[in-house]
Design a protein around this ligand. Structure first.
Ligand code: C2E
Ligand code: CA
Ligand code: CA
Ligand code: CA
Length: 277
């Protein structure tokens, strides 16, 4: 048995070094990804569930590396955060997202754009300044820009979170609490922080048809958010049944593969034209 356990440890070491090797590769490739133009911002449509009309979209980052292939954001965003590269990544996302939004509102004036902001970004004043400057420069309506902050960030140590959120909202930029239901923040705390939208995490939406508790969670989230005067977005809608159920709960906006997967900008413009016909 001694031998077996040492073999197991060797396997464990091998597995570990494969993981850290991959991490090193991703970290070093990430350093040049921006300059080499390997990023793309994809757009996933959001529908107004009351009217059935297009509400806007969420910008989602895509990274395609010549050797590593498509690296998913769930893998590289945490690495960008821990290596301090996230600020320049977010700066790129803001610039690209707002330029796309400018292009979109020329044809679809009420279009709303949501962007993901990492918790680390909130302490960077420069990003707020960049955001405001670019909104002014492009003459965009700040009320049509939403910043998504994950719920886990709101329970973290970000000391000046309330100040930053207040700054955004004072100039009209909206704030959404992303992945709602996966963290442990109280709604009392969130309402004191101030937000405009709650995004129900897809884990509660994807299997809503088969899970009574997920049905309860989605319905309760809609009711609570509405009584606090905020809107609700459901992500991960994969079927007509989930779509109509959330509609029935009074959920305001919906997003998911049933409506559309995230699209490259040129495909999104085509999709918008068809959807608005
Ligand atoms: P998220 O913000 O919660 O984004 C939703 C994720 O669900 C996206 O994964 C989206 O492609 C996926 N999704 C949408 N509809 C469906 C559906 O019907 N079914 C299923 N199974 N999945 C669906 P994605 O694009 O891989 O992004 C993963 C996470 O990476 C995001 O989660 C977000 O936390 C982060 N991320 C993506 N883009 C950015 C970015 O520009 N900045 C930052 N800071 N984080 C980003
Ligand atoms: Ca999001
Ligand atoms: Ca989410
Ligand atoms: Ca997520």
């Amino acid at each position: 048995t001694k031998c077996a356990s040492s073999e197991r440890w060797q396997l464990f070491d091998v597995a570990n070094s494969v993981v850290s090797e991959r991490r090193l590769k991703v970290t070093s490739a990430l350093k040049t990804a921006l300059d080499k133009g390997e990023f793309a911002l994809y757009m996933q449509p959001q529908i107004n569930l009351t009217t059935g009309k297009v509400h806007g979209c969420e910008g989602l980052l895509r990274w395609s590396h010549p050797d590593l292939g498509q690296v998913p954001p769930d893998e590289f965003i945490p690495i960008a955060e821990s290596s301090g590269m996230i600020y320049s990544v977010t700066e790129w996302v803001i610039e690209q997202g707002l330029r796309y939004q400018k292009q979109i509102v020329e044809q679809f004036p009420s279009h709303v754009l949501s962007l993901n902001i990492s918790g680390k970004d909130l302490s960077k004043r420069e990003l707020t300044v960049q955001l405001i400057t670019l909104i002014n420069e492009l003459n965009l309506n700040p009320r049509q820009i939403i910043l998504e902050i994950t719920e886990s960030v709101t329970i973290g140590k970000e000391a000046n979170l309330k100040e930053v959120v207040d700054d955004y909202r004072r100039i009209g930029i909206k704030v959404a609490i992303d992945d709602f239901g996966t963290g442990y923040s109280s709604l009392a705390y969130l309402s004191q922080l101030g937000f405009d939208e709650l995004k129900i995490d897809k884990q509660f939406v994807m299997n809503i048809e088969t899970s009574r508790s997920n049905q309860t969670i989605c319905k309760a989230t809609c009711d609570m958010a509405h009584s606090l005067g905020s809107k609700v977005v459901a992500e991960g809608i994969e079927s007509l049944a989930s779509y109509t159920r959330l509609q029935g709960y009074g959920c305001d906006f919906g997003q998911g593969y049933f409506i559309s997967k995230p699209l490259a900008m040129s495909d999104y413009l085509v999709w918008l034209t068809k959807a608005n016909r």
